[in-house]
Design a protein around this ligand. Structure first.
Ligand code: FES
Length: 350
């Protein structure tokens, strides 16, 4: 398999059905606060509803799959798709569908945004899972071992690393192991007090008593990954500007070093092994991919756990015909195309 084929298999077998940490709940201060993300082309956003509940939604319009939320973050309790004006509320419900509202047989309640499974832990860590099955998915609670009470977001940055996501994930895993070893604890070179994995794509570090950061990987392709770094501080105890600047500089250096080592590794080998600890168990990515491949062979088709089925092929065809009739357009973008359009501009500035 080519690197890209492996990446697509990872998307189906792993990213689509694994609990992934995205951010801390303190990033959502008031109703309507939202943040949008993209993991391996799966575009989604998390919003704090007026009922103060966090919900996640696929960032894909139910009309013709255009991107609904186009900014990386903001505040709104209504989300309008710019293409034909369908509008959704903070619970994902469709509230406006021009032309369709009067169409016989059109059920507004059945055309809300597709919800993404979301769990917020007691520590305020927010995890999502794209698995579309109706089954309750097991969640191994992850303990950060960092005091996250009464904290607030201080600053953040995103860095594009031209390497495979597993290179950076391996680095997170190594840092977490090192931090828990006696050598890590006594090392004079130790830069972070505690480092813990929050799943396969993220880690949390305690930098100082009142300052900590999360690193989240957002894989873009087999050879590119965005690293999202967020700094949080205890409320009312924001670190002095000088300390903050120093910490940010150190994190930038660390990310640059990872990127560099990733580029070097890429020139050596195309195969990368990746395993990580979760809930006291070792999760082996290679075994998960092999198992999924076996299932696909038996099913004689690609199995895509994140894909939502809206009904039978006939019903979908009828819906598509209705769209064409109402819009008089047959050149709307495909779902695949739209999910690629979803890329909001990634900042590299703090
Ligand atoms: S209103 Fe969203 S694609 Fe038409």
């Amino acid at each position: 398999m080519s690197e890209e084929e492996i990446f697509q298999l990872e998307k189906r077998a792993f990213f689509s059905k694994t609990w992934l940490f995205v951010c801390h709940q303190s990033r959502f201060g008031k109703p309507g606060d939202y943040h949008a993300f993209d993991v391996a082309g799966i575009s989604f956003f998390v919003v704090l509803g007026r009922d103060m509940k966090l919900r996640g939604f696929h960032n894909v319009c139910r009309h013709r799959a255009y991107t609904v939320v186009r900014k990386s973050c903001g505040t709104s309790t209504r989300f309008s798709c710019k293409y034909h004006g369908w509008q959704y509320d903070d619970k994902g419900g469709l509230v406006k569908a021009p032309k369709f509202d009067e169409s016989p047989g059109f059920v507004r309640d059945e055309n809300g945004l597709f919800e993404v499974k979301l769990i917020e832990t007691r520590e305020g860590l927010v995890f999502v899972n794209f698995d579309a099955s109706t089954m309750k998915l097991p969640f191994n609670n992850v303990k950060s071992h960092v005091d996250l009470g009464n904290c607030s977001w201080v600053d953040g940055m995103e860095v594009t690393c031209r390497t495979n996501w597993k290179t950076v994930a391996n680095e997170f895993s190594n840092q977490a192991q090192w931090s828990q070893s006696p050598f890590g604890w006594f090392s004079a070179l130790r830069k972070s007090k505690i480092v813990r994995l929050l799943g396969p794509l993220s880690s949390i570090k305690e930098l100082d008593d009142d300052l900590w950061c999360t690193m989240v990987l957002l894989p873009r392709s087999s050879s590119e990954v965005i690293v999202r770094c967020d700094l949080y501080a205890k409320e009312g105890q924001v670190a002095p500007a000088k300390t903050l600047e120093k910490r940010k500089w150190m994190l930038e250096q660390e990310l640059m070093a990872v990127t560099k080592s990733g580029a070097e590794e890429k020139s050596l080998t195309g195969q990368r092994y990746f395993a990580y600890q979760c809930g006291g168990r070792t999760i082996d990515l290679f075994a998960i991919l092999a198992q999924h491949q076996r299932s696909e062979k038996m099913a004689k088709r690609k199995l895509q756990p994140a894909i939502r089925l809206t009904g039978t092929a006939d019903i979908d065809t009828e819906a598509e015909a209705l769209c064409d009739a109402l819009e008089g357009a047959a050149d709307a973008p495909s779902l695949e195309m739209c999910s690629r359009m979803s890329s909001f501009p990634h900042t590299v500035e703090w």
